[in-house]
Design a protein around this ligand. Structure first.
Ligand code: ARG
Length: 460
């Protein structure tokens, strides 16, 4: 039997050294070191509070502060020596602190456990990440508003079932994407409400016998309040699941957006030109310009949803309170935030350079009898019941199909053969412009309505 490694965490209780493989297997420092600054922030608040309740002297507290500042600088300069023997970010920092300042470093962990410490760190980390994500969302929304404004009059086919349905304006279509992102931002902000509850003070699971001041630490760390139940505090990862769920929805939106860009950039649609800087060529086909960025974003949406499922599975069978399983929360969570930031950035920087091929969009809207509903509505306004109008227009469409002409290209006499109610004012409504301009209610596609929607969105 080997003697205990005295440098190792919890070593005094153990007669045997940790197996070398197990040491690596159980360590999280490779990935949780990215929460180092949050860990230091949490420790500063904890030390401040310990001093205030008389557990640390002012001298000890200040020496902890100085040590943590040094560590922070070492980490920022890439000089900090991370060690797998110290298992995770928390133990690495604490060990270094003790090496730097001596016995005061050993007092920092009084009334605290890594269980409440890690839960606090993740919340601090995620809160900051969400601010960055929201600022990318804002940039993408601003880009969409600008493009929607310059394309408010651009007519394109609107689709249902990917079949031409009714004419819409490109500005209106862009504003649909804008609206999805409005909801996404609301979901993130809602998620922050629950992230902003502080677990610190729950200690390992049962709280601590020291007279800690949790309101003080909550205030110092910018949390709205301390958590209500110590068992729940160390085991709860709902906030990570909520964030990942929200991220999955955002990625699903970006993926739908991507799908449309990919289709529209194809020679068959030719509705848009994507900026060269966001496309790549083919190693074999010299003519190719591939929409790699939207394709990759579409692909990455699967990855983020995978992380959501990982976190749900991670939590589903855990008894209270903390279990080591929870260490597995970090990689999916970090990768979700990283992927989301990258994808939003790619879109925020690409959208301003999307070029609408207006004539192609217009030509496409001319095909597929996009104004058929307008003709039916016209007959209704003249007194026909909608179902009868639907039937009449169906016959007119059939004539158009047979003679390969749009409804607007049928003569008045031909149209009147279907209904005497049709007079020569019908051609105003059969035009694409007439169709979109008629839709002026809130949420409609008329250029003026779209401009109003953009103005309102800018005010918010
Ligand atoms: N590295 C651990 C984690 O990520 C920190 C908490 C460890 N706590 C424990 N009792 N082993 O969850």
């Amino acid at each position: 039997m080997t003697t205990a490694n005295k440098d190792k965490l919890s070593s005094a209780r153990f007669a045997q050294q940790t197996d070398a493989f197990v040491e690596v297997f159980t360590a999280s420092v490779d990935f949780d070191q990215r929460m180092a600054l949050q860990d230091i922030q949490g420790s500063i608040a904890h030390a401040t509070m310990l001093c205030k309740i008389g557990i640390l002297t002012e001298l000890e507290r200040d020496s902890i502060f100085t040590g943590l500042e040094t560590i922070k600088t070492e980490i920022e300069n890439g000089e900090f020596q991370w060690s797998v023997q110290q298992e995770d970010v928390h133990m690495n920092i604490e060990a270094r602190l003790t090496a730097l300042i001596g016995v005061a470093g050993k007092k920092l962990h009084t009334g605290r456990s890594r269980n409440d410490q890690v839960a606090t760190d993740i919340r601090l980390y995620l809160r900051a990440e969400i601010q960055t994500i929201i600022s990318w969302l804002n940039q993408l929304q601003a880009a969409l508003l600008n493009l929607a404004e310059s394309e408010a009059d651009t007519i394109m086919p609107g689709f249902t079932h990917l079949q031409v349905a009714q004419p819409v304006t490109f500005g209106h279509h862009l504003m649909a994407w804008f609206e999805m992102l409005v909801r996404d931002k609301e979901r993130l902000e809602d998620c922050v409400k629950r992230i902003n509850v502080m677990p610190l003070g729950a200690a390992a699971l049962a709280g601590t016998s020291y007279p800690i001041d949790r309101h003080l630490t909550a205030e110092l760390l910018g949390f709205t309040r301390p958590s209500n139940n110590s068992l729940d505090s160390v085991s709860d990862r709902d906030f990570a699941i909520e964030f990942t769920a929200t991220a999955s929805i955002i990625m699903m939106h970006l993926s739908r957006f991507s799908e449309e860009l990919v289709l529209w950039a194809s020679a068959q649609f030719a509705f848009i030109e994507l900026p060269d800087a966001f496309c790549t060529g083919s190693s074999i086909m010299p003519q190719k310009k591939n929409p790699d960025v939207p394709e990759l974003v579409r692909g990455k949406s699967g990855r983020v949803t995978g992380h959501l499922v990982s976190l749900l599975m991670l939590m589903k069978s855990q008894p209270l309170a903390y279990n080591k399983d929870n260490q597995e929360d970090k990689e999916p969570l970090f990768d979700t935030a990283d992927t989301l930031k990258d994808c939003l950035r790619a879109f925020a920087e690409m959208v301003p350079h999307i070029e609408a091929k207006r004539e192609n969009m217009y030509k496409a809207a001319k095909q597929g009898f996009a104004t058929a509903t307008d003709l039916a509505d016209y007959l209704v306004r003249k007194g026909m019941a909608f179902r009868d109008a639907h039937e009449v227009v169906g016959l007119a469409v059939r004539l158009g199909l047979e003679s390969k002409r749009d409804l607007s290209e049928l003569s008045l006499a031909e149209l009147q053969a279907f209904s005497e109610m049709i007079t020569d004012d019908v051609f105003d409504i059969l035009s694409l412009e007439g169709s979109v301009n008629a839709r002026q209610h809130i949420g409609g596609t008329a250029p003026d309505t779209v401009r109003l929607a953009i103005k309102k969105a800018r005010q918010q």
